[in-house]
Design a protein around this ligand. Structure first.
Ligand SMILES: [Zn+2]
Length: 451
């Protein structure tokens, strides 16, 4: 990599990148303003805005999004007729959780064993720095051949949807030919990976009623229809013997054809207790990236403490169904509702309600943008071929952008490899990953402009 001028420039910029990341990490920019002062988030937003202005961005603005947070926007016009690329990151962070459990203070970037520790160092303040490094490296080596829009969100970790709604209300603002979301991560350190699919999700609440009121379990139990028992049976019908998700009419056999997830590694990553089996069938990648997965998120019934000897008249549950790419979340929701209604026993009254829904996402990996990224990754990670991984969760903004700009390709890369321990205590970033991915992003922009 050292023979590449862009790589040489990025290498020379790493000390500055570290100092900047330290400044950015020092802001306690948790977008929960009951727990953290809003001024911390404002400080981080202004830091990003100033950094964009210093790079020559025009129209730099702090956008007030409907959830009461701010997204930072900037535009850097490229040569006449150039394509436009949108670079995304977020400057808000997860709360540090148990601060005492951190080996070093969460809001002080600290180097240890070759990694830089601090909340947001990988997720996603490092992503902000990655975008800056890529642009600076191109500037120092012939210029930036595309028009660039940057958007740095202020409430990604809260899931309050401020930027999504703002983008829908201002449909021209983030319009681009290609989007790079700098908030994902390599499958492991040193293995260049693009996340190509995200599962969608649907949330359904189910209410089961059997009696006008609770009854004494001694006097009536045995014949009186128990709503909680009916609910448990309906919920259990959502799983096969091996734990696979079974929703009537919903395909549960799809296979993942990209990178595979080693089963032992998965057990370790998921911290599965010794002797406990994984659930489902197929490879781990099939199960978490290509197939539906149901999870009961909560059940309303009497808690153990204070429970009385009663047969329950009513009970309800909240169910999430992760929907793989290729399956319409609206259709999956209807199937889940119909399944619950059909599988609730004893003629119990059952009422289902959909309370949230997001579509799955699948990138077009045959697009010119993917080829440009694969070529860039091959230079940034010599000897490695770019891998395609899925992600079990969803990124709502991805869907918003995909719906607003159906022609735009979306690439998900970033610094959140497993060792980064994002969202946990002792989050860190690998400076080598930051360096290589910045090189990759710079070369991607160059390749994409030329393609
Ligand atoms: Zn993130």
């Amino acid at each position: 990599m050292s023979s590449n001028p862009v790589a040489e420039t990025v290498a020379s910029l790493m000390p500055r990148a570290k100092a900047e990341l330290a400044e950015l990490v020092a802001f306690k920019s948790v977008a929960d303003f009951d727990q953290y002062p809003k001024s911390e988030s404002e400080g981080a937003a202004n830091w990003v805005a100033d950094a964009l202005r210093a790079e020559g961005f025009t129209d730099v603005a702090l956008l007030d999004t409907p959830d009461g947070t701010q997204s930072v926007y900037g535009y850097l016009p490229g040569p006449e007729g150039a394509k436009t690329v949108l670079l995304y990151a977020h400057y808000d962070v997860q709360p540090p959780l148990d601060e005492a459990a951190w080996a070093t203070p969460p809001f002080e970037l600290t180097e240890r064993d070759g990694r830089w520790y601090g909340r947001g160092s990988a997720d996603c303040k490092g992503g902000v720095i990655m975008h800056l490094l890529a642009l600076r490296a191109l500037k120092a080596n012939g210029g930036i051949p595309v028009s660039v829009k940057v958007i740095a969100e202020g409430s990604e970790e809260m899931g309050t949807g401020g930027l999504e709604r703002y983008a829908e209300e201002h449909p021209e603002l983030l319009k681009a030919d290609t989007v790079v979301i700098g908030d994902a991560g390599n499958f492991r350190v040193g293995l260049p990976t693009v996340t190509t699919t995200l599962r969608g999700m649907t949330l359904v609440r189910v209410q089961v009623d059997t009696l006008e009121g609770n009854l004494h379990s001694g006097q009536f139990g045995g014949a009186a229809p128990d709503a909680l028992a009916a609910l448990v049976r309906a919920l259990d019908s959502l799983r096969a013997e091996d734990g696979s998700t079974t929703v009537d009419g919903l395909d549960g056999d799809s296979a993942w054809d990209g990178l595979q997830y080693d089963e032992e590694q998965f057990r370790k990553d998921a911290k599965v207790l010794d002797g406990v089996e994984l659930i489902g069938s197929g490879t781990v990648a099939d199960r978490i990236w290509a197939r539906p997965a149901v999870t009961v998120l909560g059940i309303d019934c009497p808690p153990v403490v204070g429970a009385t000897p009663s047969v329950q008249a009513g009970a309800r549950a909240l169910i999430s169904l992760r929907v793989p790419p290729g399956v319409d979340a609206v259709e999956a929701t209807k199937l889940l509702q119909a399944h619950l209604e059909a599988h609730t026993p004893w003629g119990a009254r059952v009422h289902t309600e959909q309370i949230g829904q997001g579509q799955a996402f699948r990138a077009d990996t045959t697009s010119p943008a993917y080829q440009a990224m694969a070529d860039a990754m091959a230079v940034a990670y010599p000897g490695q071929e770019m891998q395609y991984a899925g992600q079990g969760g969803s990124i709502p903004l991805c869907n918003t952008l995909a719906a607003l700009y159906p022609q735009a390709e979306i690439l998900l890369i970033g610094l959140s490899e497993p060792e980064a321990q994002i969202h946990a205590v002792n989050e860190s970033v690998s400076p080598e990953e930051l360096e290589r991915l910045s090189v990759a992003e710079a070369l991607f922009l160059r390749n994409y402009a030329a393609g």
